[in-house]
Design a protein around this ligand. Structure first.
Ligand code: HEM
Length: 400
């Protein structure tokens, strides 16, 4: 017997939608399954490339990031941001297709169904949070996030991917059955409703929107798409010496320190001979050139020609061991990015430079004058600017 509800609640319960309230033919399994597969792929790419970015900034003892290919980070992080952005129409479409399911009755059939339903909370909430915070971050609207973006984004990614595994396990059999079904689809699912879009048209619109979003943002890292670069927040043509800048000398609080006549680069730590060198002494050494990108964690990247002194030459001069790690320190007084680490492979790479020049000119203050690190396959935040100290045998400080 149905329990007697107070009249107001009973009226609300009567107005609650049921399956017949949703007239579109697109609220169906096959469309949901196709969009789910696509999201599974894009979220897995984002998760993997996100973890790669994390490992770049938080080195671990069991894996040494290789310095080659030199442009690998620009590819993985460019892929991360582009794939994340392409996921937005997919997620919106998927949520629209399946939302009538939230009103199925009975709401919970058994224990397995309960677990599956509970997992929707972190899955939907986490997905929306990841895409929302990701976009806000690349738009550099930091004040909209009252938390430290990488930490919140990373934990949301673990939570979402965990819920995704539960969801895939719960839906695997139905998805497989739906996608493998041969022959014409049942009429309720097939063609367009009179005057409306059919499944094909709907999916073409959704995938087309994803492709359009990807094409109009990927130009921030892919030179062939540069002219289509309409939506990415970063205009690659804005910046000093042909390169964009994320953090200026003024923002880092180093303007008054750059021309300090007492400036010295020191090389110390586990060495047989500590060095303390003026800019003139650095310039008098053999300088090398390398074409390397600045590849920002926010997905944009731009190549430049750098000239400076090889880190490995300085390490040899100081008598450091061939497999030493090196902590690179900046004289910037505040901020998270004043310290980074070169692993043993990066420290010995011939293209790992302490640059004095970029694109044929002395480094601008905003690019890290008088001396900055530039090395292959590294995130932009690890290419420490305004360098004044190398500590051999010491690790960098991991990011939170
Ligand atoms: C529009 C979508 C997205 C954008 C624009 C975006 C953007 C970013 C950015 C800029 C970073 C670098 C943070 C930093 O090091 O400062 C990052 C890191 C990361 N992202 Fe995303 N992301 C998006 C979607 C996703 C999705 C869907 C996932 C997972 C399924 C994900 C997982 C991660 C992870 C694990 C990291 C590493 C966090 C860390 O370094 O601690 N992201 N993302």
């Amino acid at each position: 017997m149905r329990p007697q509800l107070p009249p107001r609640l009973a009226r609300l319960a009567d107005r609650r939608p049921d399956q017949d309230s949703f007239s579109s033919r697109l609220h169906e399994q096959r469309t949901a399954a196709i969009l789910g597969m696509a999201l599974g792929v894009t979220f897995s790419i984002c998760f993997l490339t996100g973890l790669i970015s994390f490992l770049h900034q938080n080195p671990v003892s069991w894996f040494t990031i290789p310095p080659r290919p030199a442009g690998l980070y620009r590819v993985t992080q460019g892929l991360h941001v582009t794939t994340g952005i392409a996921s937005i129409p997919l997620l919106l479409a998927k949520l629209w297709v399946v939302y009538p399911q939230f009103w199925t009755r009975p709401a919970v059939r058994d224990a397995a169904h309960l677990v599956e339903r509970i997992s929707l909370l972190p899955l939907v909430g986490g997905s929306v949070f990841l895409l929302f915070t990701g976009v806000i971050n690349i738009a550099r609207w930091y004040s909209a996030m009252p938390f430290f973006f990488p930490v919140a984004h990373r934990w949301a990614a673990w939570m979402t991917m965990g819920a995704l595994v539960v969801h895939v396990a719960a839906k695997w059999a139905t998805t497989r059955q739906t996608l493998l079904r041969r022959g014409p689809a049942p009429s309720a699912e097939a063609g367009p409703a009179p005057g409306g879009l059919g499944r094909r048209g709907f999916l073409a619109t959704v995938f087309g929107s994803s492709a359009l979003l990807a094409a109009t943002t990927a130009g921030q890292t892919l030179p062939v798409l540069r002219r289509l670069n309409l939506l990415s927040p970063r205009d690659l043509d804005v910046g000093t010496q042909g390169l964009p800048i994320n953090r200026t000398a003024a923002e880092a609080g180093v303007v008054d320190l750059i021309d300090d006549p007492g400036y010295r680069l020191s090389v110390e730590g586990e060495v047989t001979r500590s060095l303390s060198l003026t800019v003139g002494e650095l310039r008098s050494r053999e300088l090398s050139e390398a074409e390397l990108p600045i590849a920002c964690v926010e997905g944009w990247s731009a190549s430049a020609r750098w000239r400076g002194i090889r880190v490995r030459d300085l390490l040899d001069e100081a008598g450091a061991s061939k497999d030493a790690v090196v902590r690179i320190e900046s004289f910037e007084p505040r901020g998270l990015y004043g310290i980074s680490e070169l692993n043993r492979l990066q420290a010995r790479d011939p293209d790992t430079l302490l640059a004095l020049e970029v694109n044929g000119e002395a480094l601008d203050a905003d690019h890290g004058a008088p001396l900055r690190l530039i090395a292959p396959n590294r995130a932009g935040v690890e290419q420490t600017k305004w360098v004044n100290r190398l500590v051999v045998g010491e690790r960098g400080v991991p990011r939170p």
